[in-house]
Design a protein around this ligand. Structure first.
Ligand code: SAM
Ligand code: SF4
Length: 476
């Protein structure tokens, strides 16, 4: 049984007291100190950064995007692939220069990368100008850590407990402006896919109580957010650790019955736990996106077993077919790893066949990256980098062709879309259909944050273009 405790009201109250104390100190400064929070990796990290900013704001910090203006820089890091770690380390390296130019600047690293003991050692020995390192389980303790960081006789601070996880609620949140809000419904992962570092750095599955999720969703709708994205490493196992009656389909159903004009998205769904009830719930609601991100990772049963994924390629196909039988227009997207240790050409061909047959709307393709401490990192891996890259390129080419065809099939269709931001040129806007397809259109900025009817006029591999369905934008 995982050892998961709930952080007491008293402990959280102590952090709130420190926030108030630091806010009082900040108020005496001639100008607020500025913080920069830079986020790498997935949406869960984005959501954590919104809590970091929320706490900083309560403590009187202002914000900047410019490294050379920042009194405090926090890098919220990712460890899923080696590439993400190298990017962070490269950027930390560059900060030694910035820090020399701005005496008194403090540099902090948090998140998945620094939860790994070998990374902490590396930072200790090679990056002496990093002042504070805190792991994924220390988020709620940020006020206390900042108090120490700004005390006169501090040394470098390293805090990253290796624990199964803790439950806590009520951290302040400063959300990025926009129409979309991240709403974490659970933390951690119990699946231990053999290639993946996430369970080691994020701990065991902890679901938030349904009332807490529903309350936060209600606040978001009242605050005017139009799209709520529910987050978890495997949303389909929501509620299991709580032992209560509300599973993910139940939660989705409750959320979709809330009043208001909004759309619900969710990620990520693990195929082994994606139930028929989930698809039925999706099909029965016009508030839930017509899109499922269902990572299959590999098309060969031997590789899937070595990955510890818990399903076969055939079972995966059946789930997608079932979803499409209920919702013929559902968009299906997926993740796939190329070059898992020992994956043969024949096994890679199974991945190609699955992609060819299921015709995903979009595919996120990754070259396998060994992660220290995971079972796959110790598996024999006879295939060289070039062979893997060659397979990766072939997969990409196949999917690009499919994406271009599936996108082109939407031209002429009429969709209700949420206009969500400005495009790359003046007068251009971006929008998403209920299938999570990216759509470019032209119109006034006042359309942002509204749902509109559009007609699709063109397509590329990655996006669609559209015009108002009635020839001009309607009020509303
Ligand atoms: N929990 C989600 C799931 O199981 O689908 C996704 C978690 S992970 C952050 C996102 C994707 O990164 C995975 O679906 C997988 O394709 C990829 N990934 C994870 N570990 C990887 C590794 N060691 N090398 C390459 N890709 C990896
Ligand atoms: Fe990683 Fe697998 Fe958990 Fe996803 S389900 S986070 S891939 S261990």
């Amino acid at each position: 049984m995982p050892d998961i405790r709930t952080v007491s009201e008293e402990e959280l109250g102590r952090q709130r007291e420190i926030m108030e104390e630091l806010a009082r100190e900040h108020a005496l400064l001639p100008a607020p100190s500025l913080a920069m929070v830079d986020t790498y990796g997935c949406q869960q990290n984005e959501a954590d950064s919104e809590r970091i900013r929320g706490m900083l704001r309560e403590m009187g910090w202002g914000f900047t995007e410019a490294e050379d203006q920042a009194d405090l820089i926090i890098l919220n890091t990712c460890a899923v692939r080696g590439h993400a770690e190298l990017r962070v380390l490269g950027n930390v390296g560059a900060l030694s220069h910035t820090k020399r130019q701005k005496p008194g600047q403090r540099i902090a690293l948090c998140g998945c990368m620094v939860q790994q003991p070998h990374m902490q050692e590396k930072l200790k020995t090679s990056y002496p100008y990093v002042d504070l390192v805190f792991g994924t389980h220390e988020l709620w303790r940020l006020p206390e850590l900042l108090k120490r960081l700004y005390s006169p006789h501090r040394g470098r601070i390293y805090e990253a407990r290796q624990i199964d996880g803790e439950r806590f609620e009520g951290l302040p949140v400063l959300r990025s402006p926009g129409v979309r809000a991240w709403l974490p419904i659970m933390y951690g992962c119990n699946n231990f896919c053999s290639y993946c570092i996430v369970p080691y750095v994020r701990g065991r599955e902890r679901s938030r109580e349904p009332e807490d999720v529903l309350r936060e969703a209600r606040q978001l709708i009242e605050a005017g957010y139009k799209e709520i994205c529910l987050l978890g490493q495997n949303v389909n196992s929501y509620g299991r650790d709580l032992g209560n009656s509300m599973d993910f389909s139940g939660l989705l159903g409750e959320l979709s019955r809330m009043d208001g004009d909004f759309i619900l998205r969710f990620m990520t769904s693990h195929p082994k736990d994606a139930s028929e009830r989930l698809f039925e719930t999706m099909a029965g609601s016009d508030k839930i996106e017509r899109h499922i991100h269902l990572p299959f990772q590999a098309g060969s049963d031997r590789v899937l077993k070595a990955m510890n994924r818990g399903y076969t390629a055939e079972a995966y196909r059946k789930k997608v077919e079932f979803a499409r039988s209920l919702m013929p227009d559902v968009a299906v997207t997926s993740d796939v790893i190329v070059g898992f240790p020992g994956e043969t050409e024949e096994e890679f061909q199974d991945t190609l066949s699955l992609v060819r047959d299921l015709r995903f709307d979009m595919l996120f393709t990754f070259l396998y990256s060994p992660r220290v401490g995971t079972p796959a990192a110790a598996m024999p891996d006879p295939f060289d980098r070039q062979t893997k890259q060659d397979r990766f390129d072939r997969l990409l080419e196949l999917q690009n062709g499919i994406s271009a065809e599936t996108q082109a099939a939407h031209v002429g269709n009429r969709y209700r879309v949420l206009v969500d931001g400005r495009g790359d040129k003046p007068g251009r806007l971006t929008a998403r259909s209920v299938h999570n397809r990216l759509i470019h259109l032209e119109g006034p900025g006042s359309l942002i944050g509204t749902f509109r009817e559009v007609r699709i006029t063109g397509s590329t591999t990655w996006s669609l273009s559209a015009e108002p369905a009635e020839g001009e934008w309607q009020n509303g």
